[in-house]
Ligand binder design. Sequence first.
Ligand SMILES: [Cu+2]
Length: 235
Amino acid sequence: MSVRGMFALAIAVLVVVSAVAVSSAGARPVAARPSSPGARGWINISAEPDYRFQPSTFENVPTNANITVTFTDDDVMQHSFNISSREGFVIPAGYTPTQMSALFAAYPPIFSLEVNYSGDVAVGTFHSNDTPGWYEFVCNVSGHFQNGMYGFIAFGENLPANLTVPQRVGVGGGTISPAEAAVGAAIVLAAAVVILLGLRHRATARTPRDPRARRGRRGPPPRHGPPVHGDVTLK
Ligand SMILES: [Cu+2]
């Protein structure tokens, strides 16, 4: 790729990244999309290493139904699964454990489960509300939410289209300022340029300049008979 081509690509990357960052910064969840068929009365969720729920979103979970939850610990430490009862609320990423406790005191969880060690499985059932709505669920083990251990569940509808997990970009009042977005875009641009320069360097190093040299890369034709003296350099 030519230098001009690389520059054009880098600019394109910058524009796209900036557009995404700016459009998502400060955005709020929009109205829920219509429900789709495929309702179910069960949820399988696991706690994964690096403070993640898998999956981290559930949509169109039945309203006014018994929901059976199977919570598996795929990590080595304790985790919990707590569905907030505050409908349509994205818990700010900066919430401290104290603020989280206050939230759950004011809005007792719809449902909670806990797992304590690798391979532990907890099963429980709750009855969902009879009206559609979406809620955030979190791990309440100290520090886990702050490390990104949360997700969202929607009953009787799909989640808002721009509800992003787990990066939380664009929800909760915007946790990424335009300045932060610009810094992020600059880092991505720099990384793209470095990668492109590296690829160009490798391509240049590998491409023979003489077409005859390229044919020569296939190696000499196979030789039959006993080895000819002189094939091997003896020392
Ligand atoms: Cu956890």
